[in-house]
Design a protein around this ligand. Sequence first.
Ligand SMILES: Cc1cc2nc3c(=O)[nH]c(=O)nc-3n(C[C@H](O)[C@H](O)[C@H](O)COP(=O)(O)O)c2cc1C
Length: 341
Amino acid sequence: MLPWFQDGKFPLYLAPMAGVTDLVFRGICKELGADVMVTEFVSAEGIIQADDRTRKYTEFDDGQRPVGVQLFGADGSRMAEAARKIVNWKAPEFIDINFGCPVKKVVSKNGGSALLRDCPLLTDVAKKIVEGVSVPVTAKIRIGWDTDSINAPAVCRMLEDVGIQAIAIHGRTRAQGYSGEADWDVIDQCAQTVSVPVIGNGDINSGEDVERRQRETSVNGVMIGRAAMQYPWVFREAKHFLKTGEHLPKATIEDRWALIIRHTQLALDWGKFPNEKLTLMGLRSRYMAYTKGMPGGKVLRTELSTVGSLAELQDIAGKHMDWLAEQQAASQKGASAVEVV
Ligand SMILES: Cc1cc2nc3c(=O)[nH]c(=O)nc-3n(C[C@H](O)[C@H](O)[C@H](O)COP(=O)(O)O)c2cc1C
């Protein structure tokens, strides 16, 4: 059994998210309580060709362990070769195989969720990777291709049979994309079908959600994606809630701005992009996620959509906090309440 499931531990995974869960964001989530991390997916071919961009995607530091590197592809032998290369470079605790990606570019080459429709190929890919590397191999799947072909329990059995050591299940079909709700009944059925740990994934937004899934299903851990992208404190709050049944106070606007600025500073130090302007441009979608639900968000997001330097970002943060303080003072005097966009 993977050590982070031993003795009834119930790990909180940070979901792999392409373009989001890079070295910096993973580090932030780890500090805030995420137990296990998986890199954003990388193509086996990118690894074999050792291109710089792919290396950046797989970068992590020791503080983030246990870490898995996620691979996608449709050729088991090439993927096993890529997996060996990563193990030699970085010694991650595990390799994770992506059998869930719904994106056309991946699916059209038979990668990601396309393999849910081709179980012989899916088992071949999984088996070759398991046999090809010295570290444990895990998998991430969706519940099926579409509502007429929900096959996750059968897929889980096949994956277990070829030696996959844990399975994360996003409770949607490929056809659903991100719409509708995750089907936790199917996730639960999977968890009851196999003896390897199953990590439930889909629509977890709070400690209460984690507690409910732990209580109502047989999953051995949960994975959090979009909620963490907007509010990485979700891990800390969930852990506290699981332990005490009580809620921690929410992160304040000051906390949120401090995090945005720190994230930016760390990204600049890391040098993912060649200069300050490109770094800030690369972070714009992170800013949009971090500021979702903040008062005055509409104006804020317009400003953030053109921000090009750390100084400018600090200026926007300062102005926003001043504006909020003014709004609060005014509302205390009985004037209009703070607009929430
Ligand atoms: C922007 C974005 C990028 C994603 N990239 C990946 C990926 O690289 N690999 C993967 O297995 N899943 C990927 N996913 C799916 C998530 O890991 C997760 O399964 C999904 O968001 C459902 O969980 P949630 O409801 O907690 O967000 C991505 C999701 C989002 C929103």
